[in-house]
Design a protein around this ligand. Structure first.
Ligand SMILES: Cc1cc2nc3c(=O)[nH]c(=O)nc-3n(C[C@H](O)[C@H](O)[C@H](O)COP(=O)(O)OP(=O)(O)OC[C@H]3O[C@@H](n4cnc5c(N)ncnc54)[C@H](O)[C@@H]3O)c2cc1C
Length: 397
């Protein structure tokens, strides 16, 4: 086991995508669960503060060290043999990985199998340990439900260096940001990747038209066991998010009247059925006051991944729009279904009222789970942004 002093060579390990910056005395890169356990045993005996890191793509600052030792798991990146057939039936296909393996590594290992891991935080460089520890929801929660159920088994080491194991269901480690220990190895449940895919972006000239479309889309899809399974996601972009995309030279031009947008992804094995769903959505869009010219549609993986990239790009643009020394204020909101319309309107109104703090609201539209990011430009703006975020849960009452 090697411990390195945090010299300038390791500077970049003092921050993550939140752009917050911390400090640490030492950094170490274990390669397996045994080493990880020894490191944690020693650090607990010496009463050293420990910060775990995966790929440092987290946006909440959880991987930023506050002194002590950084345990970076990126060298624990082995992918073990995938079980492609499922030893106990179709629905039990799985793959076991070390915690530092990335979503991209897993996708590459599965490329020829027709399988995929359905928890996708959209950031391919994120590690599975990081995804698990930050409780990342992923883009396809609408189709696949709660992400925890796709982590079938997790071998982890507690802060005293003792090995532990947890199987599906609530766990100390899930979403705990590494507070109770580190994931070392994870067994992931896989799903079959349908052959056909369509991606569509619908642009709206008002949020009212958009929320009408959202509720019609929700009724069309249905709920519970009768829910139509071909709709994989419905992602919302507010006006602030569209302004960010507009500022990016690689984003194709869209209507100057657009005030909000939805990205939907449809997947299935029967192309005709998929096109039926696509046409049904287009009818809903037109009935809600949308114009056919205000849609972008693509089929096939490469076209669709460009659209999916827009969702990812918003997070990237928010990250790069942060003024140095001025952190972004970010919060994730779950709202009750019947309040969704008011919820969005209130968020937008309050953002407008701040008179100049740039901000974007985006996220899982049909699950009423949104992400709001404010980008203050100075200390006064940062105080206003924090005050505004404190008020937002009130909107949900
Ligand atoms: C452009 C972009 C888009 C993104 N889009 C999304 C999105 O759509 N949805 C979403 O949910 N997230 C999104 N994220 C955030 C990020 O990708 C996820 O939070 C990801 O899960 C973090 O993985 P990581 O390996 O980078 O973890 P890190 O950032 O290194 O760590 C995250 C947290 O997990 C802890 N941790 C890391 N590894 C372990 C381990 N093995 N055991 C215990 N604790 C550990 C860390 O201490 C920290 O608290 C996005 C990020 C970027 C940059």
């Amino acid at each position: 086991m090697t411990y390195n002093t945090v010299s300038p060579q390791y500077e970049s390990y003092l921050q993550d995508e939140s752009r917050l910056r911390g400090s640490a005395d030492l950094i170490t890169f274990p390669t397996d669960a045994g080493e990880l356990s020894e490191i944690l045993k020693e650090s607990s005996e010496k009463n050293q503060r420990v910060t775990f890191q995966g790929a440092r793509t987290g946006i909440m600052g959880g991987a930023v060290p506050q002194g002590g030792i950084i345990v970076n798991l990126s060298n624990m990146n082995k992918i073990f043999q995938a079980d492609e057939t499922g030893t106990s039936g179709e629905n039990n296909r799985r793959i076991t990985v070390q915690a530092g393996a990335t979503l991209g590594d897993v996708a590459a290992a599965l490329r020829k199998t027709g399988l995929f891991f359905p928890v996708n935080s959209t950031e391919d460089t994120a590690t599975l340990g990081g995804v698990y520890a930050s409780g990342a929801t992923g883009l396809y929660g609408l189709r696949f439900g709660e992400p925890e159920q796709y982590f079938e088994n997790v071998k982890w080491i507690n802060l005293r260096g003792e090995p532990r194991e947890t199987s599906m269901g609530p766990s100390l480690l899930w979403g705990g940001g590494g507070r109770d220990g580190a994931a070392a190895e994870l067994t992931l449940r896989l799903a079959v990747l349908p052959k056909a895919v369509w991606g569509v972006v619908y642009f709206f000239s008002s949020d009212t038209k958009l929320t009408n479309f959202a509720s019609r889309l929700k009724s069309w899809r249905g709920q519970g066991p009768n829910a139509k399974e071909d709709l994989y996601c419905a992602e919302y972009f507010d006006y602030g998010a569209l302004l960010l995309l507009k500022s990016d030279k690689n984003t194709p031009e869209f209507s100057a009247d657009a005030r909000s947008a939805i990205y939907t992804e449809l997947r299935g094995d029967n192309e005709d059925k998929l096109e039926e769903s696509l046409n049904a959505h287009l009818d809903l869009f037109l009935e809600c006051g949308g114009q056919e010219d205000d849609t972008w549609a693509e089929n096939g993986e490469s076209g669709v991944s460009r659209f999916r990239g827009l969702r990812h790009k918003i997070t990237e643009l928010i990250g790069s729009a942060v003024i140095p020394g001025c952190i972004r204020a970010e919060r994730s909101f779950h709202g009750p279904e019947d309040k969704f319309r008011e919820y969005l309107a209130a968020l937008r109104r309050q953002l407008d009222e701040t008179g100049g703090i740039q901000g974007a609201v985006y996220g899982h539209l049909l699950q009423n789970h949104l992400q709001a990011a404010l980008l203050p430009e100075d200390a006064a703006g940062a105080a206003a942004a924090r005050a505004l975020l404190k008020q937002w849960p009130e909107v949900l009452k």
